[in-house]
Structures are given as C-alpha cells and as structure tokens.
Design a protein around this ligand. Structure first.
Ligand SMILES: [Zn+2]
Ligand SMILES: [Zn+2]
Length: 357
C-alpha cells in the first residue's frame, strides 16, 4: 500500500550534496516526490510502498554524504497523491527567518586534486577547482538559502560545460555553488607591493613560486583570507615576516606539500598524521624531528605546527616551491585576518615583495 511522508531536516544539509543524495535514494527505490532547500534546512516529500519508504528513511539518516550532519529529522504522514510520477529537486524556497546551518569551508577532495593533476581534464592546474564534496562554503555565502546567486560566485557566469555538470544530479559537481573552471571562473593575479598587476593565471603562479624560492615575502589569498608566506628554511625571510606581522617569538606554522616532505621535520604518531591529512586540514602540533628549518620559526618549543595544502592553489604552490613554507594569517598580531588585497597592501604593502590575489 502506498504512503506519503513529509520529512523536515535541520543540520548541515545545504551545500554538501544533500539534495542529490536524497534524489539518488528515492530514484533507486522507485519512490516519487520532491526535495528542496529552505531557510531551515532541507524539506522533502516522498511516496511509495511501505517497505521501500522505511528503507529510504533508514538510508537517509545512516548513509549521509561526507560533509553532512543531521541535527533533527521529523517525519509526518501526508495524503497520497495518486498521479505523482518521478522524484524532483525543486527550486529553493526564499529565506524567511533563515537559520540553516552552513558547512565550514572544506579542504580539496582527492577527486578534485586528481582533476587538477590530470593534463586531460579541463580543471588541469586550475587553482579554484572544487565539487559538491569540497571547497569554499562559509567564506563565500552572503545570505541563505545557499544558492549560487547568494554567494561571491554570483558574478561568474558558468561556461556550458560547468553548467551541464551543475545541472546533472549524477555529476560530482551537481549544484556545487562555487563550481568553475579556467574558462569561466576566477583567475590569479600577481601584484607588486604598490598593487600594480605583474602577471595573470599560470604566469602569476610561476612568478610567486620563483619569488618564494628566492627568499621573498608573498601574501597569498587562500580560502578564508590572506596568508603571509616565505621559505621556512630561510631565517632572514622569517625575520622579515615576524617584523611585518609584529610577532616577535610566537611559533609560526609550516605548510608542507605532503607527508613525505614533512616526515623528516617531525616525529609523529599515525593518529597525528591522519588528523593532519583529514579533510579539514587542521594545523597539527607535532614533536620536532631531526631535520631543522629556520631557527627563528618556533624558537624554544619542542613542537612544530604543521599543515598540508587545503586548496588546489596551495597544492600547486607547494609543488612548485618544492620546500616547506611558512604560512601565517596576513594581519598584525592580534588583529583579524585580512580578506581583501587592497587592505593587505595598505597595511602590510611596505614590507611585502608580492601579492598573489
Ligand atoms: Zn572535490
Ligand atoms: Zn567552466
């Protein structure tokens, strides 16, 4: 016998691939209905025979997409609609009193990093590659519900291939709001300390890499704001960075390309490596190892704060530099991180060599 249920879910369910997940579950069980984002989370109605519905509801709460989290799920009976066919993903309802949870920014997933490394993929070496399971979220959202026009990506019109991926419920980039590629998305610009543009795209990246290898101090726009970066083995560069940041002695974190590059620098347990390499890419404190970096990096403490690239841009930078880099938030000690290139140049430009925007 057919039944129909209304399901209302709150938690981290927007911008994490939740609607295509629901679509897939319903489709696989030949259930009809619809799903949409609203100001509180996700709402759906689903209809079909009872065993399939029970199975659907179990899977809904037990096989979540990697970044999703359910805080509350209420299920209510509804009147069966005898003529309904198929399952649809509906347009978001405009926000009333918006109170949905937003996912934090997420480190690049292995599939996206593979695209960036693949010369045959259209995202090859594109520093802003992302998908439904990774990339910026909180940083780019201006209002709810979370849809592209409500993000910092609103000004970037998708190219036909990105638009096709965005519309295909079976694509890894379905409804990934920041989806973009070299043809349609944001691009890198390398600027001098006076703000003058020096290079674009791949040449901007190459210019930043060459300067960092040469001991320069470079501000790099990351996911949540700018970092100050320099060669972690170059004591003179680290001293300049400390003076600019007005941070005399507090330890600075080090960004490493991968575990192999980091291993000589620290003595860490397997659990510490797993934590450092998890998708959130936290700065992880590890006991210092035999190989030493600049002595003024973390003076007088037995630990080193280490982290790994969390965007394709950081991955490309670290591959190019082929050495560990200091990466610390671009701000005076104690002040909030700077998120706009102009502000970085205004406050720190006198002591910077370059800015990768
Ligand atoms: Zn991804
Ligand atoms: Zn595109």
């Amino acid at each position: 016998m057919n039944r129909r249920k209304l399901v209302e879910i709150t938690g981290i369910v927007q911008g994490v691939g939740f609607r295509p997940f629901v679509y897939g579950l319903a489709h696989a069980r030949s259930l009809s209905g619809w799903v949409c984002n609203d100001a509180h989370g996700v709402t759906l109605e689903v209809q079909g025979d009872e065993p399939a519905l029970d199975d659907f509801l179990h899977a809904l709460t037990h096989a979540l997409p990697p970044l999703a989290r359910i805080d509350r799920c209420t299920v209510t009976d509804r009147t069966v609609l005898p003529d309904e066919r198929g399952f649809a993903i509906r347009q978001s309802q405009p926000a009333g009193d918006a109170c949905a949870c937003i996912s934090p920014d997420q480190g690049a997933c292995p599939a996206c990093l593979a695209d960036v490394a693949n010369p045959l993929d259209r995202h090859y070496r594109y520093p802003f590659t992302n998908c439904t399971h990774c990339g910026p979220r909180y940083t780019i959202i201006r209002r709810l519900p979370y849809d592209r026009p409500a993000t910092a990506m609103a000004d970037f019109a998708m190219c036909p291939r990105c638009a096709a991926a965005y519309r295909d419920p079976l694509d890894r980039r379905y409804h990934a709001q920041p989806v973009s590629c070299p043809e349609c998305g944001p691009q890198l610009t390398l600027r001098g300390p006076d703000g003058r543009p020096l290079a674009e795209r791949e040449a901007a990246l190459a210019g930043a890499v060459a300067a960092l290898r040469d001991g320069a101090l470079v501000a790099v726009k990351g996911m949540g704001g700018f970092h100050l970066m320099c060669d972690a083995a170059d004591a003179a560069a680290v001293a300049r960075l400390r003076a600019l940041k007005r941070r005399a002695r507090k330890p600075l974190a080090v960004l490493c390309r991968d575990r192999r590059q980091a291993e000589p620098l620290v003595q860490a347990s397997e659990a510490e490596w797993q934590l450092a390499l998890s998708q959130a890419r936290p700065i992880t404190l590890m006991r210092k190892g035999k190989a030493a970096l600049a002595p003024n990096l973390a003076p007088g403490v037995p630990y080193l704060g280490l982290f790994f690239p969390y965007t394709p841009l950081h991955q490309l930078l670290l591959e190019g530099c082929d050495r560990p880099l200091v990466a610390t938030s671009a701000n005076r000690s104690g002040a909030p991180i700077l998120t706009e290139g102009e502000a970085v140049l205004r406050e720190l430009g006198h002591g910077l060599d370059l800015l990768l925007d």
